[in-house]
Design a protein around this ligand. Structure first.
Ligand code: NCD
Length: 336
């Protein structure tokens, strides 16, 4: 199934083939992301970046991806600077922004916000993180980074470490890794373990993750250690946060137990989960991972917005709309 004109609300919206198609296209995008080659694949198009929660990597890498493709960006970074602060609903805001751009990227503190936005937008909506919900585009770049390092995504032994309850990146990532037959170990204190509904979904898809609080017991078998920040801002009670803050810290001493080719990933920002001394070891992949957000988001934007480099599955000879331009009328054509 083609990604042209599609919303990206959850990684569950993708098939395994679609994910692999985006990752393959992202490989082709690397020289463009580095500025070594030039593309105007999305010339004349406009991306609307709505970030209603703090962001460095996701926002800037979407912007960089757009500009590298000749796409213009309009953006809002604070809810207080929009009419939402005057009482406007998210639905109304989205309906307006929809008429100003061709695709909307939304980060929002509430789980389900992207799904709601997709309902009210004629143009595609990309979820850039909805509260403690999910973060599908982070997952694509995480998978890209793993495939780049390991040569395959099939059957990897992956330990997800830290805040698996509130961490949206690991919710999406666990779902996606299940499609690739990963062996998942969920390393978290009991109070921050992966939500039951997600574990149930993984099990229905044939993945039977092992839960533990002991990192020492699993580090030796892992191909990938995916470390996350304890999501302080999502705790209803600060006292609960202080009980679990600093539970895991990856340093060179603990890495002595790891396989020599084990990689350490982190969606960033890190607080104190990974000691700076790890940065210069061959295990560290988190800064490369952050760069990978650019080629991966370039591939995604091209696939969704219909640039010349957009990914099409091998069996699709034509796209739904002819040409690459969307409707030029003020009110965009209805989505199929
Ligand atoms: C993550 C997020 O916002 O969910 N960051 C990111 O997008 N790279 C992780 C985090 O904030 O801990």
């Amino acid at each position: 199934m083609d990604l042209y004109d599609k919303d990206v609300v959850s990684i569950r919206d993708f098939t395994k083939d679609q994910i692999e198609g985006v990752l393959d296209l992202a490989e082709e995008m690397v020289p463009y992301a580095l500025g070594e080659k030039r593309s105007r694949a999305l010339d004349g198009r406009i991306l609307g970046n709505l970030f209603f929660e703090p962001s460095t990597r996701t926002k800037l890498s979407f912007e960089s991806a757009a500009y590298r493709l000749g796409c213009q960006v309009i953006d809002v970074s604070e809810m207080s600077m929009t009419s939402i602060s005057k009482g406007e609903t998210l639905a109304d805001t989205i309906k307006m922004v929809d008429t100003y751009c061709d695709t909307i990227v939304l980060r929002h503190p509430y789980e389900g916000a992207a799904r709601l936005a997709a309902k009210f937008s004629e143009n595609p909506v990309i979820n850039a993180g909805d509260g403690a919900g999910s973060h599908p585009t982070q997952t694509l770049l995480d998978l890209f980074t793993m495939r780049e390092a390991k040569g395959t995504l099939e059957g990897l032994n992956i330990a997800l470490v830290g805040d698996l309850k509130y961490g949206r990146t690991v919710h999406s990532l666990a779902d996606a890794l299940t499609m690739f037959g990963a062996k998942l170990t969920l390393v978290a204190p009991e109070s921050l373990q992966m939500p039951d509904d997600i574990v149930k979904h993984l099990e229905e898809k044939g993945c039977h993750p092992v839960k533990t609080a002991e990192l020492d017991d699993v580090i030796g078998q892992a191909d990938v250690l995916y470390v996350t920040r304890i999501q302080r801002e999502r705790f209803p009670d600060h006292a609960e946060y202080t009980k679990v803050a600093g539970t895991y810290r990856i340093d060179n001493a603990i890495l002595r137990e790891a396989k020599s080719d084990m990689i350490v990933m982190h969606p960033l920002p890190r607080v104190d989960e990974i000691a700076p001394e790890v940065d210069s070891t061959p295990h560290a992949r988190y800064f490369k991972q952050a760069f990978n957000g650019v080629p991966v988001r370039m591939a995604l934007l091209c696939s969704i917005m219909g640039g010349e480099l957009r990914w099409r599955p091998p069996w699709s000879s034509s796209c739904r709309r002819s040409g690459t331009a969307r409707s030029s009328t003020i009110s965009p054509a209805g989505r199929p």
